[in-house]
Design a protein around this ligand. Structure first.
Ligand SMILES: *Cc1c(COP(=O)(O)O)cnc(C)c1O
Length: 385
């Protein structure tokens, strides 16, 4: 393992921790204990690996992009998380958490969702394992993402509108946590990124290290035992990024996370506490959490996972910001040159490579293609006319 465990209090440097009400502390401790034991248990690991292979379709391929490389003057390798079942990296985490919940004797999953992608993934895992599933979603998001609401219901989940605050993702997180406190005997809270109170940032990272482990081996085969010069990924909460970074943290590879300019928690945030963790957070002058704005609903979160805050503060990773206009160009660039329509989230990472192509000339860049673009084509049809 190339990224260390957090401290016993769940800290990555000064970030992370477990900032929850007293009533939630026992649930977090129980979860940490259960995860630690499961992760060390070859039977659990074998079950999860079998599901990742036979259900999710792992290992995902590594694709060398010849035409894109020629156009950019940068050797581009894509880790194809877009080819997983349900269309993104999210399945790695939800299969892990659902299996863990079952092992803990729980019969019900609650989840929060913004754009709906994590809700759909959670509903998928619940259907597969025969568990009940309740997904909290801001009322505003439910209207914006009606198709995903329908998908979740089709998969047998109940979707509950979060009516408080701005009626978006951060309100859905609060309601999911409230549900968990009240029902912890039967319920596991299936959190969607490397966020929240300890042990979530660590546990969710571990469920995504499969991306980094596979990539490291695939790169070694392609690059004669070498590693790419740069490893890049988009950062919302930061789960797909930490997953691929984990495979290269012990190498010379530069690690670059890419945020939307309108949701740049690392780039424009300050340390604060929200949703059970200390991390960089976009706040106004009064310390109120600011709304994030991005063309990609999946990156619309004002915070970031605490380990990214730590990696930024020690200089092991750096974080770049791109605009919606740059993302729209990158979305078309990959479609046109490689026949791969990306999700708007990983198009952020490509947007940065494309903008910095002069500085990256001749180097090898591994980009985590976290998801496929099917969910975004209708929106892009409107944007592009
Ligand atoms: C949800 C999502 C993201 C953002 O989540 P992270 O935790 O930052 O990885 C990125 N890409 C895709 C395709 C997603 O569905």
């Amino acid at each position: 393992m190339s990224l260390p465990e957090p401290s016993t209090s769940g800290r990555f440097g000064e970030f992370g921790g477990r900032f929850v009400p007293e009533t939630l502390v026992p649930a977090c401790l129980e979860l940490e204990k259960a995860f630690r034991s499961a992760w060390a248990d070859p039977t659990f690991r074998g079950e999860l690996d079998a599901l990742l292979a036979d259900y999710a379709g792992r290992p995902s391929p590594l694709t060398e992009c010849h035409r894109l490389s020629e156009e950019l003057g940068v050797r581009m390798l894509l880790k194809r998380e877009d080819l997983n079942h349900t269309g993104s990296h999210k399945i790695n985490n939800v299969l892990g958490q659902a299996l863990l919940a079952r092992r803990m004797g729980k019969t019900r999953l609650v989840a929060e969702t913004g754009a709906g992608q994590h809700g759909v993934a959670s509903a998928t895992a619940a259907a597969l394992l025969g568990m009940e599933c309740m997904v909290y979603m801001g009322e505003v998001d439910m209207q914006r993402q009606a198709l995903n609401v329908f998908r979740m219901r089709l998969l047998g989940a109940e979707v509950v509108p979060a009516m408080s605050g701005s009626r978006t993702l951060k309100d859905a997180v609060n309601e999911a946590m409230r549900d968990w406190v009240a029902t912890v005997e039967s319920t596991h809270y299936c959190l969607g990124s490397v966020m929240g109170p300890h042990p979530y940032p660590w546990m969710v990272r571990e469920f995504h290290t499969v991306i980094g482990t596979e990539s490291r081996q695939q790169c070694a085969e392609l690059l004669d035992g070498g590693v790419p010069d740069v490893v890049t990924a988009c950062v919302g909460g930061g789960s797909n990024a930490i997953g691929i970074f984990s495979g290269f943290a012990d190498t010379e590879a530069e690690l670059v996370g890419v945020e939307p300019a309108g949701g740049a928690a690392v780039g424009r945030g300050v340390p604060g506490v929200v949703h059970g963790m200390k991390s960089y957070l976009m706040q106004d002058e009064f310390g109120q959490v600011q709304e994030a704005h991005s063309i990609s609903a999946g990156l619309d979160y004002p915070g970031v996972g605490p380990e990214h805050s730590h990696l930024a503060s020690i200089g092991r990773a750096r974080y770049e910001q791109v605009t919606d206009a740059e993302v729209i160009d990158a979305f078309q660039l990959l479609s046109r040159t490689e026949g791969i329509i990306p999700a708007l989230e990983p198009a952020h990472a490509l947007a940065w490579v494309s903008r910095d192509r002069a500085a990256l000339a001749g180097r090898t860049v591994l980009l985590n293609l976290s998801g496929r673009g099917d969910k975004d084509v209708a929106q892009m049809m409107d944007v592009l006319g």
